[in-house]
Design a protein around this ligand. Sequence first.
Ligand SMILES: [Ca+2]
Ligand SMILES: [Ca+2]
Length: 634
Amino acid sequence: MLMTLFVRAALSGRRALFLFAFVFVSAACHAQGPQVTKVDPPNWWVGHTVNPVRLLLRGSHLAGAQVTASGAGLRASNIKTSAAGTYLFCDLTINPHAAPGARTLTVTTPQGTTHTPFDVLPALNPAGKFAGFSDDDVVYLIMPDRFSDGDLSNNNPATSPGLYDRANNHYYHGGDFQGIINHLPYLKSLGVTAIWITPVYQNVSHLNTRETDNGKPITDYHGYGAVDFYGVEDHFGTMASLQDLVSKAHAAGIKVIQDEVANHTGPYHPWATDPPTPTWFNGTLANHLVNTFDIPTLVDPHATPAMQKATMEGWFINILPDLNQNDPEVARYEIQNTLWWVGMAGFDGVREDTMAYVPRAFMQQWSAALRRQFPHVEAVGEVYNGDVTIPSFFQGGQARFDGIDTGVKSLYDFPLYYPIRRAFAQGQSLRDLVSILSHDSLYPHPERLMTFLGLHDVDRFMNEKGATLDGLKLAQTFLLTTRGIPMLYYGDELALPGGNDPDSRRDFPGGFPGDTANAFTAQGRTPSEQDIWTHVQTLTHLRAASPALREGALATLYVSDQQYVYARTLGTDAAIVALNNAAKPATITFPITPVTWPSGTALTDHLGVVNDARVDNGQITLTLPARAGAVLTR
Ligand SMILES: [Ca+2]
Ligand SMILES: [Ca+2]
């Protein structure tokens, strides 16, 4: 910090002018030969489905440059340089028999030559990686900065100093990959089979003064402000520690889903002031539209492109530069970037942020490329809207009126999220849940929807009006027994409170030095935390043990304002879930068809609230306690 102040003070006066003059004169003396400061991607694989790979070099004096690759098996072609001479694109063809190893790219102009390294990697080995995810999984969302600090040495990196302050909820708190590694046994014990980690791209290394809170600058601890799509955020670790996390998660039977952003860059990305092509962004820093989030126009066959323009091309919160995927160079860069991260880290799935604001034709091209290289890797898209007719339009598996099938098989179930909150927190009718589920035929694959009761962009469940621990447990019972891929937000297994972002992103208790309680252990949890935790664990274990609860058909057996009973059936496996959302006990009778349990069958309630359930001539009569649910099997 002192050092930073000193440098700033030194640069603020006449000395800065002197330094500038020195650098300028020095560069002029060196005849302006080409310089390369960055190569995206820095490496690629032999035998990859993308061949040639398109390279983007950044530097200076690159206008008109030629590129040759030294060493066997590489050939550069289709070179294009930017007018300002700060970018060079080229195709790099990798011979299928090329030996893996270090290579050198030689960049030449009439003024000089420079060399830059490029690595050829061995063909990707899919063993134990790239597995995808499905309704057999229980997903757990982690914000790396807020989960656990396992490496104190990266809290205030020399390359991005002054951004660490646990007392400021807009600053980095020290959480990292090592913290997640340390708590893989905790996740395993909870019954988690996949983690979704928010973006790990390198974000800006200084305060963000363009996006402020009450006039105060913030940091991009959340990871959504990439300044380098090929860099790992230095507060979280390195590519090596990310690879370590993924391989240790895999060894524990836990998959890893990467969070990526194709729609925009962070405000400080170097491209924002110097784009690689004139059409790299929709608009410019000085002159662009603002995203109006008018998603309904995107599914409207009668909407004109003009009506959709601001939503598709506007800059998110007027700050984040909107990438133009209709520029083929952008599309190619972004597709390769996705394949690079999956290949490098070994991810099993990709979460696509703000998917609706990216052209559908691009999403189709992107998901096809992903599937070509990684046939099992799945993508989950964020279409932030509660109207079933809207997210369903974006789900892969079916071409829509525009002739496009996005190929993105999973989507977040925002339409089900809102009634979950209204019913189980606010005590409103359960009929709303049934009503949303009744529209499932609009989705090509309702079983692939990722269901949730909270995530990092909304208030915590416990901050919802009317929320109680019993209500949270009911919501979790529903989430983990209905159709779809259940996703848990870190800390909801402890009923962690939190209002608006960033309050909803509080540190996991026990994950950080000096924490007074450690909720990673049973001894460190309060009795009510332990109660919720055990409830979630019971449900994940039930789900793991029952194919019907994971993959079974969903059948509604009984609905009233505050009671809801449904069955999950798969072959001979079946479970019946009965929920009472009322503040008083309820006695209900319902038919069990399509479940075929014979009359007289005694049933077990795995949540321990009903102890005498029995089938009687195709019906069950149950008395449920106030605000409680039962999961019944034979
Ligand atoms: Ca740390
Ligand atoms: Ca866009």
